[in-house]
Design a protein around this ligand. Structure first.
Ligand code: SF4
Length: 412
């Protein structure tokens, strides 16, 4: 979501005639922030301190992102070098302020568009209507606001015309998407977007087990364009802990979704998030999570140790009663388990031919992209450009990525 917000403001600035520069040469520094954890909030403050010697009367320092929802204009009192506090998505006023400040009217004609990569993020919902007890997002990003289908389609068309090949529909809880004019939920939106000419891949994230429409899985399974990837955070494998987290589902509901999804799409890539050491998590509750991970064999598990986030229900009402060393033991145990599962699961690709959408070159100069199940892949072979769909024969597989030799390319 933060990356999409950064892209959104960057595109608007580029379209208004600004160019990207090193901090040393720049006139304007915009800090896009995440406060999902205390540590990320602390990093924002330390960055703002770092910018103090950079700031001069001619230069602008602005802050946007989740910290604006949490701290608002208080930030200016604490950091007097800060010129602007910009709420997420409200970039037009900020750019108008900049235009009043910096007169570039004698410059060249404005470019008509910003930049568009192979993958283009389109935010379809802002905010979240859930109230998971550990999560600060509803407080800082507010209640859900849904982008109308026509506006989503228009943004996708523009991106495809400008060279994008993949669209990623984004929402904190993308499954809760509803067109404000009553034209349906995410399944209906995905069905519309997938028909757009020039589109090679369509992904969406992040899903929520309580809100996932059953027909969405059918739309995915029937499509050649929608990726075979589901990002479905479970957070815990214990029903009592799920209730304390206010997640709104039980493990049997989660299992039923995975079972149906895998029945329709046996090659599905399944990604989840898990928190260990949530308040009240007994050894038995932890073992339930461990069993769920063993049983469902996820492709990727994003693991986190619980830490109380001031401002959340859990931080105010549930004692953080799992000792830090015990949280760490649980985390390391699940990391080791998942490493072993992921290695076994990725080995299934060896000697298979898979399709890669090429995204570019990495820092070592290697061509890379993603397969339809979301896994990153290095493509061996000459003359392959970003945006191409390439078939590779997989020669190596690690938990993190595949490596394969190009055996054929399809028109981009
Ligand atoms: Fe936070 Fe996701 Fe729960 Fe919304 S659904 S409150 S974003 S964890």
């Amino acid at each position: 979501m933060n990356l999409a917000d950064s892209e959104s403001i960057a595109r608007k600035l580029l379209a208004a005639g600004y160019v990207e520069e090193s901090l040393e040469r720049a006139d304007i520094a915009i800090l896009n922030t995440c406060v999902v954890r205390q540590a990320s909030e602390e990093r924002v403050y330390s960055k703002l301190h770092e910018l103090r010697p950079w700031k001069t009367p001619e230069r602008t320092v602005a802050v946007t992102g989740c910290i604006v929802g949490k701290e608002g204009e208080n930030l200016k009192r604490r950091f007097p070098q800060l010129d602007s506090v910009v709420p997420i998505g409200e970039y037009d006023n900020f750019i108008a302020e900049l235009e009043a400040r910096y007169d570039y009217s004698l410059g060249e004609a404005l470019p008509v568009a910003g930049r568009t990569g192979v993958s283009h993020f389109v935010r379809v919902i802002q905010g979240c209507d859930h109230n998971c007890t550990f999560c600060i997002v509803p407080k800082v990003r507010g209640r859900e606001r849904h982008v109308p289908v026509d506006a989503v389609l228009a943004e996708c068309r523009n991106a495809l015309e400008a060279g994008a090949r993949e669209i990623v529909l984004l929402g904190q809880n993308v499954d809760d998407y509803r067109d404000p004019a009553g034209r349906g939920g995410l399944a209906a939106l995905v069905s519309e977007v997938e028909k757009l000419p020039g589109l090679r891949r369509l992904r969406f994230m992040t899903s929520h087990p309580q809100d996932l429409e059953p027909e969405l899985l059918e739309v995915m399974a029937a499509s050649d364009v929608v990726c075979r990837e589901l990002q479905l955070p479970v957070q815990s494998g214990d029903d009592w802990i799920l209730k304390r987290m206010a997640r709104g589902y039980q493990t049997r509901h989660y299992r039923a979704i995975v079972e149906k999804a895998r029945r329709l799409m046996p090659d599905l890539g399944l990604v989840t998030d898990v928190i260990v050491g949530f308040p009240g998590e007994s050894e038995g509750a932890f073992l339930n999570t461990r069993r769920l991970i063993q049983e469902l064999e996820f492709d990727v598990v994003h693991l986190a140790m619980y830490s109380p986030r001031p401002g959340t229900y859990a931080a105010g009402n549930m004692p953080d009663d799992v000792p830090a060393d015990e949280k760490l033991r649980r985390l390391n145990d699940l990391l080791a388990l998942q490493r072993e599962i992921a290695a076994r699961k990725t080995a299934r690709w060896i000697d298979k031919t898979v399709e890669v959408l090429v995204e570019g070159r990495d820092e070592l100069g290697r061509t890379y992209g993603r397969i339809r199940q979301g896994k990153r892949a290095i493509v061996l072979g000459p003359g392959i450009e970003a945006g191409e769909l390439v078939d590779i024969k997989v020669v190596r597989a690690t938990a993190g990525q595949l490596t394969g030799t190009a055996v054929g390319s399809r028109a981009a």
